[in-house]
Design a protein around this ligand. Structure first.
Ligand SMILES: [Zn+2]
Ligand SMILES: [Zn+2]
Length: 77
């Protein structure tokens, strides 16, 4: 195998990996049940794990949430 064909394979592997990252980033986000309940009441979930996750911009995975918190333009009237 020549050097150039090796680097082409490396490039293909790299592009596949980055495509995987894009896919992971587009994964569905899911708000944990407890947090959704709190939000419905106009509150923030008081669970320590949820507060910590929210600080990172994530939904609490401990409470069966997943992915990033979707920032919606909240209609505060
Ligand atoms: Zn919660
Ligand atoms: Zn939690």
């Amino acid at each position: 195998m020549t050097k150039s064909s090796k680097s082409i394979i490396a490039l293909i592997a790299l592009s596949l990996a980055s495509a995987g990252f894009v896919f992971a980033a587009a994964a569905e986000s899911k708000i944990a049940g407890c947090c959704a309940k709190a939000a419905a009441d106009g509150k923030k979930c008081a669970h320590e794990c949820c507060v910590a996750a929210a600080k990172e911009g994530n939904n609490c995975t401990k409470c069966k949430g997943a992915g990033k918190i979707e920032k919606k333009a909240e209609a505060k009237k």
